[in-house]
Design a protein around this ligand. Structure first.
Ligand code: SF4
Length: 402
């Protein structure tokens, strides 16, 4: 590490700062304060896979353009899952947010990128006392102690509350032009945004799903089932997740998510798309039961229609929707089933069990779609001249939410 500091000491006058960039106001202001001193800044966004905003990249590009900085995006999702998320040395915050370890990880990545692009120091938008877990003064000191080259971490928004860094000592940066912001207030930052003419930035602290209680619960449950991949995290970010009769069912919450779920449906999921405007649903294939049967079936034909019993065996009233999803004729197609027997070696009883299970799941998926359809008006709606009455409310599904 000393070598790195020495290397920086020996460099010429033109300095380059690498800024950890989240798109939030603090990181933008930190960049501005350094840029103002005539130093080239490169914005570095580290993708860890827990961003709420699904259009993040697009927005980051716009912000970087407005700032006039080059943007580097590095994908560290796998590394984050393997090294940080499930074994944080300094524990979690209120939810699944390992903020201290996360900061350390980001700085580590920052130093790696700095080496690669020939940067001279790191810039962060941290503010002393702003976050209860990761930005208290003792924690910033602890984070610094992790790095033998911590003298190269500049925190322009709170610099005057912290010991001078190497770039300040060497006169690359004028300490007097840096700030001494402390605490959770946003007034100073908002005034500065106005002063610098910054119009685009992300809301403070609202961007990380790991701080979200229900997302964290889902993540914990998923983690108990085995190794998690970035692809699974991506799907966990989208839709409402239910676990019903050991099947995971994901129902989209808005049109934007319909598109994502349709694209995501692949090897692992089967998709159900209603014929009317409404949410699509993914059903996770389990033990290949649904997967096998779906080779002969098209789940995209519509949604279920008929009187039936709900999951608890209660009589449901007036549920009528047209569909192939629960079309018994399709499911009990004898040829298909006997082929299955040859291929899978299952007994008739087992195959019937599979078909019954699939019918039930089909019905449940259809019910979910109707429950969350924007056409639902109380207990009745009309679609394609079918009178569709419906007794479920969304609340009835809540116990099954993941
Ligand atoms: S809020 Fe999320 S992204 Fe930010 S430090 Fe904590 S875990 Fe990392």
């Amino acid at each position: 590490m000393v070598e790195r500091v020495e290397r920086v000491k020996k460099m010429g006058n033109k300095k380059k700062g690498i800024a950890l960039f989240s798109g939030g106001l603090d990181s933008l202001l930190a960049i501005k304060l350094i840029q103002k001193q005539g130093i080239e800044v490169i914005a570095l966004y580290i993708e860890i896979g827990f961003e709420i905003n699904l259009q993040k990249q697009e927005q980051l590009e716009k912000i970087a353009e407005e700032l006039g900085v080059k943007l580097i995006i590095v994908d560290k999702r796998v590394e984050y899952l393997e090294k940080v998320l499930f074994s944080p040395k300094y524990g979690y915050g209120k939810n699944m947010n390992p903020c201290i370890d996360c900061h350390i990880f980001m700085l580590q990545v920052g130093f790696e990128v700095m080496e690669k692009v020939g940067g001279d120091f790191l810039i962060t938008g941290e503010v002393v006392g702003q976050r209860p877990m990761s930005q208290r003064l003792p924690i910033l000191n602890l984070i610094n102690k992790t790095f033998s080259n911590s003298q190269l971490i500049v925190r322009p928004l709170s610099a005057k509350l912290l010991p001078p860094t190497l770039p300040e000592e060497k006169g690359w940066i004028k300490r007097e032009e840096l700030l001494a912001i402390r605490g959770r207030g946003r007034q100073i930052q908002l005034q500065l945004a106005k002063k610098f003419g910054l119009s685009q930035f992300q809301p403070p602290a609202g961007g990380c799903l790991l701080t979200d209680n229900s997302f964290s619960k889902r993540l914990r449950k998923l983690a108990k089932k085995g190794k998690i991949t970035p692809a699974e995290i991506s799907i966990l970010r989208v839709g409402r997740h239910f676990e019903i009769k050991n099947y995971r069912i994901i129902v989209s919450r808005k049109e934007e998510e319909n598109k994502i779920l349709k694209e995501y449906c692949g090897e692992r999921f089967t998709i159900a798309i209603p014929k009317f405007p409404g949410p699509v649903a993914l059903v996770e294939k389990r033990d290949n039961k649904i997967g096998e049967l779906n080779k002969e079936r098209n789940w995209e034909k519509g949604i279920v229609s008929k009187k039936n019993e709900n999951l608890e065996g209660k009589k449901r009233e007036n549920l009528t929707v047209n569909s192939n999803l629960s079309n018994k004729k399709n499911i009990s197609n004898k040829n298909n089933l006997s082929n299955k027997k040859n291929l899978s070696g299952k007994t008739n009883l087992e195959r019937e069990g599979d078909a019954r299970e699939e019918r039930e799941i089909s019905q449940i998926v259809a019910d979910l779609i109707v429950s969350y359809s924007r056409f639902q008006t109380g207990t009745v709606f009309i679609q394609n001249r079918n009178l569709i009455g419906y007794s479920h409310s969304k609340e009835e599904w809540y116990p099954y939410l993941l």
